[in-house]
Design a protein around this ligand. Structure first.
Ligand code: 0RA
Length: 630
């Protein structure tokens, strides 16, 4: 290769990485905590690819004491030989050329190059430093980078009898305003990967907290379903497992019915959680409806003309659908919807065939499932009637808004807020303290019904919940219509104690299960009332957490007074306005649920029947629960 070409390539590479540093969000979505964690996923995905191709088994992920992350695998090692076109090692190319990752190998079911598939080069560009170590062909190699730029060629630094790759990187503080990895977030992701790939062992260590865990599930997605159902009451002891391959598409399904009323189907494509669904999911849904109706009819469990709807057969179902497909087409707003039409047929025919077989071989389980679906069907009919009743009421009474609601005068939802306030007395203070032009107040009497434990027809019998639904205006469930939402800021305002956290969780569960688009749209907030008031003479200030209080106490000096607020009710209307409601001075926390499975885990554990996991959970996530930063 001529020098000219070499230089031209070099310039292109630098320009590529510069582009990433200039507009990081275009490559990793954002530069907040989510984007930061994305870097780890990106690197791990490459090792997962190597493992899925059958070349690696162990993956070690370590958060180091200096805040850097190391990902190591025992795969073949990234090739270090000089690539003819570029005149550089494949290692350097993988780490410096955008989207180069997959070009050296035609591995079939790649994750990298898929959804997060921006390539390790993006991680390199956004790292203050990155060091790659490769064990391969009896040698150990190393190459280092600073903000994407190689600090010399790859070096042979010794001998080895193993093979593998290790990437250590420190995210760049110039790019990420907030550094620091969250144990729970990484743990959740790595555990899911281990569930989805039964032949992979992942060891996760956080040297900053001293915690370490090993994830290896020989049962794969069957164990995944058992894990998700650990706080639920299963209808049959073993999850149903279906697997097969059709048209190069590998399909795996694990499913188990529980006595709950919600539908929890999580579809994955090449390990990516396809939250927007797609062809594979619709194939599964068709197969479930058809096979269960056929089975029920065959056993004489359906009356003439009666049939089970899709919703009936999915009530209480927890399922993991995992497909591996060579060339996935991702569509949708967040690129998490599978578009490949051949996946529909593959899933549908496989599930049709194998589920029918299972039901014939396990008639008792079959009967339980059909009975449950029939109950769901009858309850849905009752709910429809109940809903019609509420709708007629809203329609007939022109002043149908709940009496407890102190509405605002503003009529434009985009400019309107509603505070859902724990307790009548705090509700009273909020009504007096608010700016009535754009702030509405709805006080709650104690706890609302736990929607995890009731079907919609019963939920709609609760007056508190009906008040809330009417006040919000958007309806629930099948009738939900976000365009009718009366407020674009819906603020949950609860005491900063255990009861308050519980009430907030109950409300969030209701919103999550029946009005989820409000969460997705970013309409839901938690108010942040102060925990302390500090004053001395005429000087006073509020503190929103412990550390802030200590700092203020220092500042105010000796004999400063500190009052700890136990509830919102201890503040007068003026104080409540200043500290918690005034848009000029308050802080609100927007509720973001990055991952449906994580949210579900949170809710089912907090709200479910099983006490032990809940206790464990509250213990392990005490900070999270009091902060409710779900
Ligand atoms: C391309 C080719 C080959 C391996 C890899 C990439 C590879 C990449 C990563 C990233 C993390 N761990 C990895 N392990 C392997 C190997 C081609 C061959 O040996 O024939």
């Amino acid at each position: 290769m001529s020098d000219d070409n070499y230089d031209a390539d070099n310039i292109q590479v630098l320009e590529g990485l510069q582009a990433v540093r200039k507009r990081p969000s275009m490559y990793i979505g954002s530069t907040d905590s989510r984007g930061l964690h994305h870097l780890v996923y990106e690197v791990v995905d490459n090792s997962i690819d190597e493992a899925m191709a059958g070349h690696a088994r162990n993956i070690l992920v370590t958060v180091e004491e200096d805040g850097s992350v190391t990902v190591e695998d025992d795969g073949r090692g990234i090739p270090v030989g000089v690539h003819p076109r570029y005149g550089k090692s494949a290692l350097e190319i993988v780490l410096t050329v955008l989207h180069a990752g997959g070009k050296f190998d035609n591995k079939s079911y790649k994750v990298s190059g898929g959804l997060h598939g921006v390539g390790i080069s993006v991680v390199n560009a956004l790292s203050e430093r990155l060091e790659a170590t490769v064990w391969r062909d009896g040698k150990k190699y190393r190459q280092s980078f600073v903000r994407g730029a190689p600090q010399g060629d790859v070096q042979c630094i010794g001998d080895t009898d193993g093979s593998g790759t290790r990437i250590n990187f420190l995210p760049d503080h110039e790019i990420f305003p907030i550094l620091g990895f969250e144990y729970d977030v990484l743990q959740h992701r790595l555990r899911n990967l281990a569930f989805l790939n039964r032949n992979i062992e992942i060891t996760f260590t956080d040297k900053l907290t001293g915690r370490s865990e090993h994830f290896h599930y020989e049962g794969g997605i069957v164990e995944f379903v058992e894990h998700l159902n650990r706080s639920r009451e299963p209808l049959h002891a073993q999850p149903i497992y279906v697997s097969g391959e059709k048209d190069e598409i590998v399909v795996e399904l694990a499913m188990q019915y529980t006595d709950s009323y919600s539908e929890n189907i999580h579809p994955f494509v090449n390990n990516i959680n396809t939250v927007e669904g797609g062809t594979h999911l619709s194939g599964l849904k068709s197969a479930l409806t058809r096979t269960l109706n056929d089975h029920a009819r065959g056993r004489g469990m359906l009356k003439n003309g009666e049939s089970l709807s899709g919703e009936d057969v999915r009530e209480g179902l927890t399922a993991i659908l995992s497909v591996k497909i060579p060339d996935p087409q991702f569509e949708g707003q967040t690129k998490t919807k599978l578009g490949n039409s051949e996946a529909r047929g593959a899933v549908e025919s496989l599930v049709n065939e194998k589920l029918a077989e299972f039901l014939l071989e396990n008639p008792r389980t079959g009967e339980e499932i059909i009975k449950k679906a029939l109950l769901a069907s009858h309850a849905r009919e009752a709910a429809r009637k109940a809903r019609e009743l509420t709708r007629r009421k809203t329609f007939l009474e022109s002043t149908s808004l709940p009496g407890k609601l102190a509405d605002c005068s503003e009529r434009d939802p985009a400019k309107s807020e509603i505070f859902i306030v724990e307790g009548e007395s705090a509700g009273g203070s909020a009504k007096q303290g608010r700016d009535r032009r754009f702030q509405a107040i709805l006080p709650l009497r104690g706890k609302i019904l736990n929607v995890e434990k009731a079907r919609l027809d019963r939920i709609l019998k609760s007056e508190q919940i009906r008040n809330l639904i009417t006040a919000l205006g958007c309806g629930v469930g099948e009738e939900f219509d976000i365009n009718r939402t009366r407020y674009h800021r819906i603020v949950i305002m609860c005491d900063a104690d255990v009861d308050g956290a519980h009430i907030a969780t109950l409300l969030l569960t209701l919103l999550f299960r029946y009005m989820k688009p409000l969460i997705d749209q970013g309409y839901i907030y938690l108010a942040q009332p102060p925990l302390y008031k500090i004053w001395k003479g005429k000087k006073e200030a509020y503190a929103y957490h412990e550390r802030e209080m200590e700092a203020l106490y220092e500042e105010f000096g000796e004999n400063a007074n500190v009052q700890r607020y136990k509830g919102l009710g201890e503040m007068n209307p003026q104080q409540l306005w200043e500290t918690t409601m005034d848009p000029e001075t308050r802080t609100l926390r927007r509720i973001e649920i990055e991952d449906a499975i994580r949210a579900e885990e949170l809710f089912t554990t907090l709200m479910g029947d099983a006490v032990e996991p809940r206790r464990e959970f509250i213990f392990a996530h005490a900070a999270e629960v009091t902060n409710l930063d779900v």
